[in-house]
Ligand binder design. Sequence first.
Ligand SMILES: [Zn+2]
Length: 253
Amino acid sequence: MTDSHAHYDDKAFESDRDALLSSMNENGVSLIINVGDNAESSKRSIALAEKYDFIYACVGIHPEHANDITDRDYDEIKELSKHEKVVAIGEIGLDYHYDGYNKDNQKELFRRQIKIAHEVNLPVVVHERDACADVLEILKDEDIGKTGGLLHCFSGSVETLKIVMDMGMYISLGGIVTFKNAKTAPEAAKHVPIDRLLLETDCPYLAPAPFRGKRNNSIYMYYTAEKIANLRGISFEELEAATDENAKRFYRI
Ligand SMILES: [Zn+2]
């Protein structure tokens, strides 16, 4: 399996990071993309990618940092993006969930990082929370089809899915599809074209059932994959093969 979105640089993995990552291959996880959410975690993602063959990195600034960004941050992300194991700019996007966000600052941060992606010819990994219409507008406006994009942790409607597919994008699904109260993610799991779907954990967050609420890791992705395979009426092996291939195509690995 390929974990297309993980945060192993997070301090939640401080005590056992190397032991856990060293056990991935024997537990069926062959490829992991570690995603930055600011310049520092982007650097840590690259360090993990340098240490492990099967880890690649994304570099980018998450919208939650939009209120304290300087020009230096943009320069840094652009520099980091030139590393040979950096496969995308991310995670970037809009998040209107928590108090204190500033829409204009987030939009500027999002647009400027898409422009960097165009300049360095990398796809983008997009985070969207409570900001669907604005995210879609910016993706369209910035011509995302040119470099390619992945909407991670997708939880939009089937109508939104169609718009995202029409832009030539991919989606990734994680533990939420296994949650009892999940509605839109399982629908998306059924309706997304099989050649546009990736698996992810977003670990340490969003562990699938039966581990909901615990620290997540890529080995638990088996439960997510099995749930999606069931929803689609295909075998685990078929889903695994398709999502592995899609991840490699999207990230150009
Ligand atoms: Zn993430």
